[in-house]
Design a protein around this ligand. Structure first.
Ligand code: M6R
Length: 607
């Protein structure tokens, strides 16, 4: 969602801030702004629209070597230039940018208005600027410290004052902030992509911490002014990884990165001698792993669907009861936590509020929650009791693709580990490893079908409604296919178990509603074929994703996409890719903003 960048150093701040905001575009935003301090003056420029619109609004001769920037994803108040951040106090001496939501802003606003302060925006964030200004007596850090306890809700704040040259203050409670440590310059950002072009040395802030940046140094304290010493981490991502290279969009680049992403998730974790997997980060002893009687997976969106795939696999092969649930639902239903239940919180960004808060609730009740995350140092990764990094590399497109495949891979590894600890034989373990090892090549082969899928997209992009249908372990893949089409092509799509259509959705079928069936060669195949015939009898168009050379389905369906034949339990890896490419090409043909679809944010940090 919103993004933050701050800079202090010897260079001109404005271009650095704008470049940082450009890197944060992927998070989703509707307006952006910067505030730059120079020679006792503070200049604010903010604009609705894209970063290029902001760039045009910023004077070329804007000097000043310290400043803050923000991309806003509107929550409180419409999408207007005025509501964009940074926000200033009434004197215009101080500016703040804020991520998160100030829940008690109406009370604070009423109090400040009663004291004579006139508000200029409809945002919750503006109260922060006025509160800090009220406590400002020449020392910005002291003023921030006095204002913070008055705020209820979540925040990542960055702030400067024209009376304190080269000083940037940041504070975090529930919304991420990271310090970028450069050579005689310092950065503050909501995520590392904004600073990667300048430094790989970073320090992650925790909730309740305040950071003070000067050109050459930084120090971090808690709210009681106790000094906190931190280690500087090195970001493993390379700058090229957050660039599009020769691809037209990040989404298609990331779809093509899946074979490599699956390999990376497996790297160093396969143990052929024991026919099992090694997952050192779980922080659980062999005895604790043996004691696990139930598994619950919590997540949102695509990560939830990856978790659903994991739940099918774990129940089937490790024979441990396993349930995947929407984190947003788990949190508020007073979840029952039983002994020997292992929880997983799955999140690409590691910052999704629904997943994070549900994880905290489960931990409060005494559960062990393991994280499956991509972003190193993210809140879920740090607050979980252990876990598995999927090492996909940065995922920039709002629509998640490679993270899905990598999350699924993490579950395959965990499943193998748990199954081998129980009843799975050495030989079956060997078979499992063999099947998993060929998956990257199989996915590469699916990518070669892109021309076929592009043609199909041309044929079907004009339809307004779609059904995605799969069964068993491919039911979550159908859900994921429908989500992809909705979020980037804005085509209404529903994912269902193929068996369910006769319980309602079949009423939607006519020549205007195509269905995409996933038909691996498994024991449910005949039943799925019957479902396809039911659709066909009602003049519904049929597209089927099938194993290579499946002539029987070719006879029934209007169009087929062939994928390599892999064991059904491994078929989600090959079934999902055509659905991603189909959504991508429909979106391109319809002229959608593929990487930053409307209304969406990459990392959803509010509930
Ligand atoms: O960062 P997370 O994996 O926790 O994000 C969860 C969802 O917000 C995310 O998967 C969302 O559904 C994507 N837009 C799907 O493409």
């Amino acid at each position: 969602m919103c993004g933050i960048i701050g800079y202090t150093g010897p260079r001109k701040a404005a271009p650095i801030l704008i470049e940082g905001l450009k890197r944060l575009e992927y998070r989703g935003y509707d307006s952006a702004g910067i505030g730059v301090g120079c020679d006792g003056a503070l200049t604010i420029c903010k604009k609705v629209g894209k970063i290029k619109d902001l760039r045009e609004a910023v004077p070329d001769d804007l000097d000043g070597c310290y400043g803050i920037g923000h991309t806003r994803w509107a929550t409180h108040g419409g999408v207007t230039d005025v509501n964009a951040h940074p926000h200033t106090d009434t004197t215009g001496n101080l500016a703040i940018a804020h991520n998160g939501i100030i829940e008690n802003y109406l009370i604070l606003k009423a109090r400040l208005e009663a004291e004579g302060i006139t508000f200029r925006t409809e945002t919750d964030s503006e109260v922060i600027a006025h509160l800090i200004a009220q406590h400002y007596e020449g020392d910005l850090e002291a003023a921030v410290r006095k204002a913070l306890p008055l705020l209820k809700g979540t925040y990542g704040i960055v702030c400067l004052h024209k009376g304190n040259p080269q000083l940037i203050i940041g504070a975090r409670s529930g919304s991420p902030l990271v310090v970028g440590v450069g050579e005689d310059e310092m950065f503050l950002a909501s995520d590392v992509t904004a600073v990667l072009a300048h430094t790989k040395q970073v320090v992650y802030l925790e909730d309740g911490e305040v950071v003070v940046l000067t050109e050459k140094d930084f120090h971090i304290t808690d709210l009681n002014e106790r000094k906190i010493s931190k280690t500087i981490d090195e970001i493993s991502w390379e700058l090229e990884e957050i660039e599009k290279g020769d691809f037209k969009h990040y989404m298609v680049k990331e779809i093509y990165e899946q074979p490599e992403a699956i390999e990376r998730a497996c790297r160093g974790r396969l143990d052929p001698t024991q026919a099992t997997a090694r997952l050192g980060g779980l922080n659980l002893s062999p005895a604790q792993l043996l004691d696990v009687e139930r598994i619950r997976i919590i997540a949102a969106g695509t990560s939830y669907y990856a978790g659903l795939v994991g739940s099918y696999l774990i129940e089937q092969l490790a024979r441990i009861p396993c349930q995947a649930e929407l984190a947003s639902e788990v949190r508020y239903r007073n979840p029952i936590v039983e002994r020997n239940t292992l929880h997983f919180a799955v999140s690409q960004s590691g910052e999704t509020a629904d997943t994070l808060y549900a994880m905290r609730e489960l931990q409060r009740k005494g559960s062990c929650v393991l994280g499956i995350c991509n972003v190193v140092g993210s809140t879920i990764a740090r607050e979980s009791n252990g876990g598995v990094y999927i090492h996909s590399g940065p995922e920039i497109a709002v629509a998640s693709t490679k993270a899905f495949s990598s999350q699924v891979t993490a579950f395959y590894l965990f499943c193998l580990l748990m199954a081998r600890k129980r009843h799975m034989s050495y030989e079956t373990g060997e078979w499992f490893l063999q099947e998993l090892t060929v998956i990257p090549e199989a996915v590469k082969a699916v990518l070669k079908t892109e021309p076929v899928i592009k043609k199909l997209a041309k044929k079907y992009a004009g339809y307004k409604d779609f059904l995605f249908l799969g069964r068993g372990i491919n039911y979550p893949v159908a859900l994921e296919g429908a989500l992809k089409l909705k979020e980037i092509a804005y085509i209404h799509a529903e994912g269902y178990s193929a068996a369910e259509i006769k319980h309602g959705p079949i009423a939607l079928i006519n020549e205007e509603t195509p269905s995409m069936f996933l038909v691996p060669d498994d024991r449910l195949r005949e039943k799925v074929i019957s479902n396809m015939k039911e659709v066909k009898a009602r003049r519904g168009k049929l597209i089927a994703v099938v194993g290579e050379g499946d002539d029987e389905i070719r006879e029934i369906a209007d169009d087929v996409i062939e994928v390599p034949r892999v064991h059904t339990l491994f078929s989600p890896f090959v079934m999902v890719v055509p659905l991603q490419l189909f959504a991508y090409h429909c979106a391109v043909l319809l002229g959608r903003d593929v990487d930053q679809p409307r209304n969406l944010a990459k990392s959803v940090t509010v509930e």
